[in-house]
Design a binder for this molecule. Sequence first.
Ligand code: GLC
Length: 606
Amino acid sequence: MGLKHQHLSLGNGWLLQSMLIFSMLCFLPSHCLATETVFEGPYDNETATQREQRMSWWREARFGLFIHWGIYAVPAGIHQGQAIENIGEWIMHYGKIPVVEYKKYAADFNPTQYDPEAWVLMAKDAGMKYIVITAKHHDGFAMFDTEVSDWNIVEATPYGKDILKPLAAAARKHGIKLGFYYSQAQDWVHPGGSTWEGRWDPAQEGDMDRYLQQIAVPQIKELFTNYGEISVLWWDTPIDMTPERARLFDGVVDLQPGIIMNNRLIYGPHGVYGFRGDFRTPEQHIPATGLDYDWEACQTMNTTWGYKSYDDQWKSSERLIRNLVDIASKGGNYLLNVGPMANGNIPPESLGRLKDVGAWMRVNSSSIYGTTASPFVRLPWGRATKKEYPNATELFLHIFDWPDDGRLTVDGLRNEVTGAYFLADYQRNVPITESANGWVISLPDEPLDPVNTVLVLKIKGPLDVARLLPTQTSEGVLTLGLADVAIHNPSYGGELTLGGDSDDNMVLTEWTDSRSHVEWLFDVKVPGQFDVYADILVKTATNFVLTIAGESSLVTVEPTDHETFESRLISRVVLPVGESDLSLRPSDTLWSPVQLRSIKLKPVEM
Ligand code: GLC
């Protein structure tokens, strides 16, 4: 799509609105990932084969390290004795710290413990194949030597050395790809840089075009010239970027031919990104199913990207390993973050978790690298990844929940299975039998790895897997039970979970976080009009947004009697034949936690 006739009004009101819409939409993975192209990229004319070649190392890699490191590691979440809420690298914004005052923190940035080779080896030992580090974040501080501003690590800190140079050398030495994160639009220190929700210091006033021409563009050129091969460029928060402004970066890619770029160069209409880039960037959440585009989920280990001394909401190693697998099973990459301290040490909690992930990867990495998305809609006990060859397939079954009866069912798999073995023990005999619906595998009593045991199925020929979705009874009724639900939780905060005392008595509970939502895929064989019922327990009236087959509506559910479950009519819809989906998410207008057992679609009698 051409740019010339795009009319985008990007005043501050629009921005605030679009940021709000954007943050709301971010809980709708499909929207968060959507891209309406308003800006052509440098690779828009490449052929499929060229793209395949350019993206191949990245697709093969599946796992990378994000590093958020900068001056914000000095205050580490506390300014003038006050804990500043929100993510650590945004302290200048959330603390409304004047430029002069913020700059003083640079005097205490002296990372004498910084050991770039140790960082690279840490990533490599964890099984990561690439590193993306903040060359400049929103505070405008260059972690590298730059000619265009003295707000940089060489001139403004006692450390006095470029930290990217030795990192690039160490990465090259150990075969790890290196990428740079660069905040091209937001810059809270250089006059003219954009800000979210307005400026708070007159020193920030200035012309954005000039800022881009004099700081951002030359710095990208420096980053692309002085550090050898750079494999990824990670743009971010394109507030106030217009197609004309994005054009200022035209041609820089020529300095790093083949570089892979994310989609955050410019917003398009409706607050979604307006640049396709090479991959999409779901942040802090994992999309529900496989997408037809390259994507990378970035995530923190606690709740902040930049170091905060008092953030101790760490995810478990089990969670991180399963997230990596979940993402790979949906065809994405995992960019897992560490926020080093101002002295150059990485928090021990992060080091420990990376070690655990590495231990799992040493045994199981062949089920991650170079794999593609699972062919199954849902596996009740875990996830799957696969590698396809011309006349065979390796199917990796990631067993999170070890079945009590020792029988692992793989329903829907119609191929001939020619062998099965565990990655943790190639020798062990694994009996497999064909069943009416697929295959059944007899497992040992105990998992080989309680976090995730990987079983490989060797399969003849190209995969043939049935999409097994909930469907209608002979009366045309469709029940969406909790065995088939996809639960989406934000990466931190409340966790909507499956409770109940048995498999037949499951309940969705602890829905305290309005960002959590649930989704079902189903198959309609007999189309028509349906009443939608929720089997629900509601203590105080609540609102939901119900989306069925792409249509959303606001639903109010009144309290149910005596703290019991009731079947409540919540909507009436028309459904065509074929696959559809239904999601239920709290509305931000009125929300009180509910418990849910199922959704039923009953045909309306004519
Ligand atoms: C954001 C934040 C930021 C962080 C990034 C990582 O949009 O502004 O601080 O660097 O996401 O994805």
